[in-house]
Design a protein around this ligand. Structure first.
Ligand code: BEZ
Ligand code: FE
Length: 282
């Protein structure tokens, strides 16, 4: 067929996938085309709106350089990151729930001995974070690695702030034979996601605030187990019910309480890791 109408165009575009070899790619592209076309029909998208959308996506791409990950941020504020997370990590008893990675993770944080202070004595409310990494039936996992990162009291991650060392408030800890981990830090604060780029513009246009409730980030991994990317949220934070990226889960909210006889807070949490699915011979 040479000429297409509003009614026939979608099927024609999908038909052009006839020679796509990868079955999964074909299925994903077919659904993407059908949903995109349905969206255009539903809202009767104007040419000016489509041009504005293309300009917005172009600006989002141009803003995504180096440590600045504007596209991840866009996915986060539209709830896509948490939806992808939800369909991929259905959890289970004794398994820590996952949440967004966010745009501020960097590789290469230093391996630190148990009890180290990732704030290096910097400003903030001193806090001790401890717990264990366990199997779903409560057995300790030795040599699990916890990759941790958080903001400074000014609301900035080290990669956003030229006044912080690159690995300030970041570190990697390894569990001992009892599955225990322990590190020192400061109590995290709630903070706004970056609003000086295209994502800030669109949040503003939607009348939404940019705040995330205070949290510590973790990637917890151990050989033979599924890696979990998650947070621990500070109980009582005013933004727990309106997180701009929809990342809160009740089971990840932890009390940061004064430690008896010490000038520090403490937060305790046991992580549960799911055994990795065994690979079956082909
Ligand atoms: C974060 O928690 O670091 C984060 C997550 C999603 C968007 C922006 C920041
Ligand atoms: Fe964060």
């Amino acid at each position: 067929m040479r000429e297409f109408t509003e009614e026939t165009l979608t099927d024609a575009v999908v038909a052009r996938l006839a020679r796509t070899e990868n079955a999964r790619f074909k299925a994903v592209m077919t659904a993407l085309i059908r949903h995109l076309h349905a969206f255009v029909r539903e809202v009767e998208l104007t040419e000016a709106e489509w041009t504005a959308a293309i300009r917005f996506l172009t600006a989002t791409g141009q803003a995504s350089v180096g440590d600045r990950q504007e596209f991840i941020l866009l996915s986060d504020v539209l709830g896509v990151s948490m939806l992808v997370d939800a369909v991929n990590h259905r959890g289970g008893r004794g398994v820590t729930q996952s949440t967004v990675l966010g745009p501020f993770y960097i590789e290469g944080a230093p391996d630190l001995p148990m009890g180290s202070d990732i704030s290096h004595g910097g400003p903030g409310e001193p806090t001790e974070v401890s717990g264990r990494v366990l199997t779903p039936d409560g057995k300790p996992i030795k040599d699990a690695v916890l990759d941790v990162w958080q903001t400074a009291p000014n609301g900035f991650y080290s990669t956003q702030d030229p006044n912080q060392d690159r690995f300030n408030l970041r570190g990697r800890f390894r569990t001992d034979a009892s599955g225990a981990y322990f590190f020192r830090t400061i109590k995290p604060t709630s903070y706004p996601v970056p609003t000086d780029g295209p994502v800030g513009t669109i949040l503003n246009a939607m009348g939404r605030h940019p705040m995330r409730p205070a949290h510590l980030h973790f990637i917890v991994s151990a050989p033979g187990y599924e890696t979990v990317t998650t947070h621990l949220f500070v109980d009582g934070d005013p933004y727990l019910d309106s997180d701009v990226v929809f990342g809160v889960k009740n089971a990840l909210i932890v009390a940061f309480t004064p430690k008896a006889g010490a000038k520090t807070l403490e937060a305790k949490y046991d992580f549960g890791l799911k055994p990795a699915a065994r690979k079956t011979a082909a």
